[in-house]
Design a binder for this molecule. Structure first.
Ligand code: G6P
Length: 606
């Protein structure tokens, strides 16, 4: 799995495919390839490494106006040229690119091998190419349907066949796939980013749906070959939105873009008069909002940590029991779904398979789900009963920064809406609104401190292992800080509740293991300072992320001071220096910051 792009039209396919693949690079991948239908048959080129390595390896001119391309993030078999996509049938006639995982690949491989099929890769995808080529159906669509009827699992696929050189057949089940509609040209892609240079007119395929695209038309249909008449929708995405904007890395550009993106997110959504948020997309009236007895937040990775920050806000402001759980675990424990619980799925991409499956589990059992999602029209956004769009703009770096901030703000607005139909007073609502309005200016102040943060980060990068500690509100901040640090610096970073340190991990503290302590100016400051004392007394080096006036004094080797907001909103600002810290640590170590090893931006497999 990772990125898919397909082209059929009047232009030469290769440059379109290569450009599309480079737009998908941000998702993280380890090899790339393309297949183009030319007069001489299918020409396949694959390469381990970057899209630019693939491009450099291509012969000068490759004629052909129909082709498919892929960036692969290894799931079945290591990152080798043979395992890269496209995968082809033994005679080279059929080529396939695939995202997702075929669950019954090994039994199908055995069966095909017994029939004499020779496999050239370790991938599950190769099975699809052999099944399509082996089908006796008279059309490519029929052959793809035949193949799909034999496989179980998740997929987005695009298939080309020398016998039908005018088309691409595509299918989706559990992995995102969209069609781009152009003028005498059509596109297939796993992600809007691959299309933005060419068209803003798109068709989202649903699970179980297939499509045929030729240069002049597209047709979508179900597995029973019934047409599913779909009209293209227009997307609002400027190509420039996906640029680096003068920064060396997307991660840096995205961190520093937050004052602007947060202002955009808040626009029109705060109601000063009633001290609440205007969230029309929730599709929940005051009576329904009042009816919830519990809130359960589901997300993965940084989205899960944002959910923990959000759960604390909801408990504090609305006084409803709320907790966050990794969506990746949720459905495996046969969760109890309660009618008076509000389920909230939180996801930047809106396509994370684990989160999407959790949404389906809730809905199957009759629960009510709203989405906090960034990508408009994504699977989770479509499958939720309502939601809050994050309006963070495209996030390209694998390590999430601005999306996490927007998620936390989304939760603050949700907490306001839930609180104001309960016991949260108008004045407390207005206090939070004023706090939200201060965020963009305060984020700018943090950005001004970047040189100092970078210096601290370079120092921390020298340590092989670090602790991040926080208490109550500060704990999810510490968790996200450790997550960001390990993702891009590859240093072992572990988050702990400051209160739990003395119950075990304190044994690890010595001068070689630094601790980043989250020490806000709140009712727990004294307790946090006491935890710092315990570390300092054992020779541990400390970096404090704190507020003006907190007496971290000689306890910390360095401190980073963040502007104070309302206590409930402080976690939002406390995470931002941790983003810059992770970035500068990785920069000093010379890592591939936007595409950390082994990670993918949008994990559309389990
Ligand atoms: C992947 C990414 C993480 C991200 C998580 C959830 O694991 O590497 O950075 O936090 O997915 O992604 P989502 O798109 O659902 O927010």
């Amino acid at each position: 799995m990772c990125g898919i792009v397909g082209y059929v039209g009047s232009q030469s396919a290769v440059p379109v495919l290569v450009e599309g693949l480079s737009r998908l690079e941000y998702r993280g991948y380890d090899s790339a390839g393309i297949a183009v239908l030319s007069a001489k048959g299918t020409r396949v080129f694959r390469k381990v490494g970057r899209v630019r390595d693939l491009e450099a390896s291509l012969p000068g001119r490759i004629a052909g106006k129909v082709g498919i391309g892929h960036t692969r993030w290894a799931t079945h078999g290591p990152a080798t040229q043979d395992n890269a996509h496209p995968q082809t049938s033994a005679d080279g006639r059929v080529s396939v690119v695939h995202n997702g995982i075929i669950d019954n690949a090994s039994s199908l491989r055995e069966r095909l091998a017994a029939q004499g099929v020779k496999f050239t890769s370790d991938t599950d995808t190769e099975v699809i190419a052999h099944l399509v080529a082996g089908s006796e159906a008279g059309t490519l669509e029929g052959a793809v349907l035949d193949a799909l009827s034999r496989i179980t699992g998740t997929y987005a696929i695009a298939v080309i066949d020398e016998r039908r050189p005018d088309r691409i057949v595509a299918a989706r089940n559990g992995s995102p796939l969209i069609l781009g509609v152009g003028d005498r040209e059509m596109f297939v892609a796993s992600d809007l980013a691959a299309l933005v240079r060419h068209t803003t007119s798109v068709v989202h395929l649903d699970d179980g749906e297939l499509a045929t695209v030729t240069s002049s038309e597209f047709r979508t249909f179900s597995r029973d070959e019934e047409n599913t008449a779909k009209s293209p929708t227009s997307i609002d995405l400027e190509t420039d939105d996906v640029g680096l904007d003068g920064h060396q890395h997307y991660m840096h550009s995205e961190i520093l873009e937050q004052p602007t993106s947060v202002e955009r997110m808040l626009r029109g959504r705060l109601d000063d008069r009633f001290g609440t948020a205007r969230l029309d997309g929730l599709n929940l009236g005051p009576r329904q909002l009042r009816g919830f007895r519990r809130v359960k937040i589901l997300g993965c990775g940084s989205a899960y940590y944002a959910g923990q920050i959000g759960a604390a806000m909801i408990e504090e402001l609305a006084r409803i029991p709320a907790d966050a759980e990794p969506a990746s675990e949720f459905r495996y424990r046969n969760p109890i779904i309660e009618p008076d619980t509000l389920y909230v799925a939180v996801s930047q991409s809106g396509e994370t398979a684990d989160t999407a499956f959790a949404v389906r589990e809730v809905k199957r059992k009759g629960g009510q789900v709203i989405g906090l999602v960034n990508v408009v029209g994504s699977a989770i956004a479509r499958e939720s009963d309502g939601g809050i769009y994050l309006h963070a703009g495209p996030e390209i770096a694998v390590a999430s920064t601005k999306a996490l901030t927007h998620m936390a703000i989304g939760f603050a607005m949700l907490a306001l809406s839930l609180g104001r139909v309960r016991d949260l007073s108008i004045s407390d609502g207005q206090r939070i609104i004023a706090g939200l309005r201060s965020l963009p200016g305060q984020i700018l102040q943090i950005a001004d401190d970047e040189p100092h943060i970078a210096e601290v980060a370079r120092d921390l990068a020298a340590a092989p292992s670090l602790f991040f500690i926080g208490r109550v509100r500060g704990f999810p901040v510490a968790r996200e800080g450790a997550q960001k640090f390990k993702e891009v610096s590859y240093r072992h970073a572990e988050a702990y509740q400051a209160s739990e340190l003395k119950h075990g991990p304190l044994a690890l503290i010595d001068e070689s293991l630094p601790t980043v302590a989250i020490v806000p100016d709140d009712e727990l400051t004294e307790r946090n300072l006491a935890s710092m004392q315990q570390i300092a007394a054992r020779g541990g080096r400390l970096v404090a992320i704190t507020h003006p006036g907190v007496a971290v004094g000689a306890l910390a080797a360095a401190s980073i001071t963040v502007p104070k907001n309302e206590p409930e909103l402080d976690p939002i600002l406390l995470t931002i220096p941790l983003q810059l810290m992770a970035y500068h640590a990785a920069l000093s170590l010379g890592h591939d910051i936007d595409k950390p090893r082994n990670l993918a931006k949008s994990v559309t497999v389990e």
